[in-house]
Design a protein around this ligand. Structure first.
Ligand SMILES: [Zn+2]
Length: 185
């Protein structure tokens, strides 16, 4: 592969995953200089790209609903069956499911900005931030169905699951409504 790529633009926000404080710190700067992502294949119905998001010791993921999931360079092919990488892909797919549930407008209006902000400025507590536990909620519901085998190994310590607070439910509902009024979904 490698002939079809996208430019990663995080200016509208993105669903993100950060494993420790180091991983995401360079991403906003790198992307402002047009980080190029290379198409590698699919996860479920979503295109997966690789880009130099991290150094080679770490893996990170960024999700842009409508474009796809972007992961660290070299991991999609080499580590596809690695449980740690599978968990990352499942988590990122949870961000795709958020956009399916609430609409792309509400995703970028609320979830994308807040997830990127959390990953960038509060990486140590990012995994328990509401945008992330809500993504994991969708991940769990989706993969714990008839294809329950996919949930094997989904690490609830790295990826804690929680429903929405009443406040965030109302915020997303309002944004979803505005998105529909604007014909953005
Ligand atoms: Zn995330």
């Amino acid at each position: 592969m490698g002939d079809a790529g996208i430019d990663v633009d995080l200016s509208q926000g993105a669903g993100c995953h950060v494993k420790n404080g180091k991983i995401m710190s360079g991403i906003p700067n790198k992307t402002s200089s047009k980080l190029r992502a290379t198409f590698e294949g699919y996860f479920e119905d979503t295109r997966v790209f690789e880009a130099p998001l991290t150094d080679s010791d770490h893996i990170a993921g960024v999700t842009l609903p409508g474009k796809g999931i972007i992961v660290s360079e070299g991991v999609y092919v080499e580590r596809f069956m690695d449980p740690q990488f599978m968990d990352l892909l499942k988590h990122e797919y949870g961000h795709i499911l958020q956009a399916k549930a609430w609409g792309r407008f509400a995703f970028y209006d609320i979830i994308g900005h807040e997830s990127l902000y959390s990953a960038t400025f509060h990486p140590d507590s990012h995994s328990t931030f509401w945008t992330e536990t809500h993504a994991n909620y969708h991940t769990q519901n989706y993969f714990d169905g008839p294809s329950g085998m996919w949930l094997d190994g989904f690490n609830s310590i790295d990826y804690p699951v929680a429903g929405l607070s009443h406040q965030n439910y109302l915020r997303l509902s309002t944004s979803q409504y505005i998105g529909k009024l604007l014909g953005m979904d």
